[in-house]
Design a protein around this ligand. Sequence first.
Ligand code: LLP
Length: 428
Amino acid sequence: MSQNQSPLPGQPHIARNGNALMVEQVSLEALAREHGTPLFVYSRQWMLDALAAYQRGFEGRDALICYAMKANSSLGILRVFAQAGCGFDIVSGGELARALAVGADPAKIIFSGVGKTRAEMRQALAAGIGCFNVESEEELDVLSEVAAAAGQRAPVSIRINPNVDPKTHPYISTGLKGNKFGIAHDRAVHAYRHAASLPGLRVVGIDCHIGSQITEASPYMDALERVLDLVQAIEAGGVPLHHIDFGGGLGIDYNGDTPPGADQLWHQLLARIDARGFGSRKFIIEPGRSLVGNAGVCVTEVLYTKPGEEKNFCIVDAAMNDLPRPAMYQAFHRIEAVSSSGHGQAKDYDVVGPVCESGDWIGRDRLLDVQAGDFLAVLSAGAYCMSMASNYNTRNRAAEVLVSGSRATLIRQRETIEDQLRNELAGD
Ligand code: LLP
């Protein structure tokens, strides 16, 4: 970042250079003109810095950082993490194929999710993944059967539901009693005894994941105590656990949020883990959002501005199919003018997309000085945007660019209508 650039709050690699908004050394306007919009642009350095914070937190420990690729599974992003030595947390056979396509070490892949199919189990066993994070007692039986039929013993961890409140949006809380995830705390010892008795399984660990966009340390501290209590109880029952996996969930700054740094959080958690005598275990974590969320922006063009009776609308070419988080979780993403010269007519706008739904909004009540043809950048769009994008309204999914210093690499071509129609059959 050169000296006359001023970084945006919470976004050290996105900055204004005069009027121009830059990701690292690359102008977003230039990228939008070259590749069209909507366009996702990611800072490689932001991702590496975010990873480095975790690595500092675990310095001197036996730890594996498995990037939860559901946050952003584009191959160009996965490659950054594979090259940095990360493992991957996957939730489908499709995600496994993506990890293998970027040369991930199968031994560093863990497979989470409540509904693994037999075919996915076979695929993951054949690849030689490091661990299946099992979420129900029936899944234990099925996995044992599938592994035994393949002459293997599947490495398993059981996902425990610690019943703690992560204090986040209800749709992204996962560790409460009412959630579909994991095995209840009270059933855990029984489930482990059962797993240890099955011929096709090899128990290797325990895991939990309590939710996402967590901005305080206390839910992690609470979950930690409960998981360590269980480790004691399970091992006392004669089942040794080689690793402890604390999941992901650490939040990012969307709108002045102040989550703890990954290094701080882990220093704090590890101090407690040491105090309880578990410090020399192998630790696994599964961060997603906190490794990519603020690395990405979505550049979109203003198509029209429209004064309404109650509101002004700024209609842009990105929509809920590209940026589903506002519609799904009422999520807030900052919106910045890509070129801030302005037109001297700032107004309060709802920024909305072209999709035919009232829920298709990207930001509400934003003060913007815009007119048709301007570009806007929707910030914090690195996680759970492209990976949740759809073709609703038969819209082609956006292109993606990865920036590293002054270099910009296209990592996903814009989808075409031919791509969309390829697998469809109109019938007779
Ligand atoms: N591990 C497991 C088992 C998970 O279910 C998740 C996320 C993660 C790790 C990664 O969590 P993270 O570090 O990214 O918080 N679409 C929602 C978020 C859904 C999270 C689902 N599970 C959103 O846009 O906010």
